[in-house]
Design a protein around this ligand. Sequence first.
Ligand SMILES: [Cu+2]
Length: 157
Amino acid sequence: MKKTGILASAIFLMGLPAMADMVVENCIIREAPPGTKMTAAYADLLFVNDEATQALRLPGAEELRLGFIPELSDRVETHQVKQVDGKMVMSQTGKVKLPNDKVKQLKPGDHHLMLMDLKKQPKAGETYEIEFWFSYTGEVTCLAEVKTSEEIMEIYK
Ligand SMILES: [Cu+2]
């Protein structure tokens, strides 16, 4: 019994060389009002720590390193919102740790991607591809829809 299990997982691993499962969904870019040079992007990230992933023996927790949206910005940062003296303050943060088997939301008031020095104003209804880079998992692209602040408030309420 045990032998069969090991063989089966060995074959499974050969078919998926160094591939862990990452699911990226619900990608959203906030519409930038005229004159604004930056805006935020959000997404749901799910790192699946299944048997194949565990067999890779990753040296630490999976992390989001960065997102790329070359159509809109050449300078994307990971940000975090924190409460400082009763005020919500946004600051640049490094890599974002991802829990195993649990959705990590990049969302308003929490971690998010910040698109700096916008090349153009993203307008509601437009779509842009975001490429997410992780520490261990390969890049994952997600088609993000631009939504208004009102729409975003409804989604994350
Ligand atoms: Cu920000």
